[in-house]
Every structure is written in C-alpha cells, then in structure tokens.
Ligand binder design. Structure first.
Ligand code: HEM
Length: 212
C-alpha cells in the first residue's frame, strides 16, 4: 500500500502543478498539455512519457486496491465473533469508503477530461473542447454543480492522503518515537492540505470569474 500510495502522491503533486498553469492562460496550459505529449521525442514516441505514466498508474491502482482488499478481509476474518465494545477505527472506515468514492470520482474524471470529453457546458462547441484542454476545463467549471462535485472529491482525497501519508511513514518505521509520530502526522496534514487547496484553486477561480 505504501509504495503504490507514494507513487500516487508523486503523481497528484505533478498533476496539481500542471493544473495551476490554467491561471497563466490558454497558451501556458495548452502548451503544457502539448509538451507532456512530445516530451522525450525523438527518443520516445509521441505520448511515450504519458503512456509510461499511465501504465505505472494502472499497475499501482491494481496493487493498491489488491492490498486494500487483502487488509480489509484479513481484518474481517481475524476474529470470528465481533468485539462487542471495540469498533473498527474510524480512520480505517474513512480510508475504505473514501477510497471507493475516489475510485468512482476517477472513473467520471477520466470520462470527463480524457476519454469521452463530453461538452457538459452546452454553450461551448464540442470541437473547441476537443482541441483545447484550457477551453474544456474552463467550460466545465463554469457549472457550479461540477465545482461542488470536484471539491467534494478533493475533500475525500485530502482525508485519504492525510491518513495515507501518515500510515506510509508508520510502515517505514518512522513513528516509533513521540516526536516521529507527531512529525508523521504533520507531514500527512501538510501534503493533504497542499494537494486539496492546490487542486481546488483552478475550479474555484473559474467559477468566480478570475479565469475566463
Ligand atoms: C480540480 C481538480 C482536477 C482538474 C482540473 C483536473 C484536470 C485534468 C485534465 C484537464 C486532464 C486531461 C489532461 C490532458 O489530457 O492533457 C486530467 C487527466 C487526469 N487526471 Fe485530473 N484533474 C483534477 C483532479 C484530479 C485528481 C484529484 C486526480 C487523482 C486522484 C486526477 C487524476 C487524473 C488522471 C489519472 C488523468 C489521466 C491522465 C492521462 O492519462 O492522460 N485528476 N485531469
């Protein structure tokens, strides 16, 4: 869980950085999306780097989900009768159901921005949305309900990251002293806060008309 999770953290930080380029305008954002596809040419084919990242993401997702289900069923079968007083820790419940919600969000997100790219804002032509990632993102986040959905997903991501980044450090044995425990908690909160706020800035800026 820890190794695949850390790869996701690396990816979301990179993705968040790319998204913030929307604040710099259409040339910067669309230029970045284009550069991602031509990166490493001619050593790599067109979209070569993107496909390497996609394969690693899918493998990580399989590994992460497999570990989660193994842990989930191990926790369930460890004792035949349930403890009367002891309930499953609320953080593990948040991780499980939060993880399921994130998976649903990701399914919609890939349909929305990568695979189908539906013109959800009917005022913008489908051709424009397909040719400019900037136009696609700006059109989508002019819809308040879309922004609410993304902000909810980002809150779920923040909770997941806060506990996940702490847990990964526990797995590495960095939480055995009181100071180490506090540091691991602080790093978890820091990464979660950074990612949630960094991702929320573009949709909110678009909704409130700061990016047009
Ligand atoms: C407000 C938040 C977000 C915005 C505006 C956003 C925007 C985008 C855009 C525009 C693309 C298409 C990029 C391109 O084709 O060049 C994309 C792809 C993607 N996003 Fe996001 N994203 C957000 C949040 C997230 C989060 C939280 C995750 C992960 C948990 C995520 C994971 C992905 C993945 C895996 C892809 C597919 C990359 C590919 O293979 O082409 N995104 N996103």
């Amino acid at each position: 869980m820890a190794v695949t999770g850390l790869f996701f953290v690396f990816y979301v930080l990179l993705h968040m950085y790319g998204n913030l380029k929307v604040l710099a305008g259409p040339e910067a954002f669309d230029g970045y999306a284009h550069h991602l596809r031509t990166f490493g040419e001619p050593m790599l084919p067109y979209e070569g780097l993107l496909w390497i990242i996609r394969v690693l993401l899918v493998l990580s997702l399989i590994g992460h989900a497999y570990s989660a289900f193994t842990l989930w069923s191990r926790a369930g079968s460890a004792r035949r009768t349930k403890y009367a007083a002891l309930k499953t820790a609320s953080s593990s419940k948040t991780m499980r159901w939060g993880g399921v919600f994130l998976l649903l969000f990701l399914t919609w997100h890939l349909i929305h921005f990568t695979i189908v790219k539906p013109a959800v804002n009917s005022g913008v032509a489908s051709d424009t949305i397909h040719s400019s990632p900037y136009a696609m993102v700006v059109a989508s986040f002019q819809l308040w309900w879309m922004v609410i959905f993304y902000v909810l997903a980002l809150a779920a991501l923040g909770l997941h990251l806060s506990h996940g980044v702490f847990s990964a450090q526990q797995t590495l044995g960095w939480t055995q002293t009181a100071a180490g425990y506090r540091r691991a908690k602080a790093i978890g909160h820091l990464v979660a806060g950074l990612v949630t706020i960094g991702f929320a800035i573009p949709p909110l800026s678009i909704l409130f008309g700061l990016v047009k």
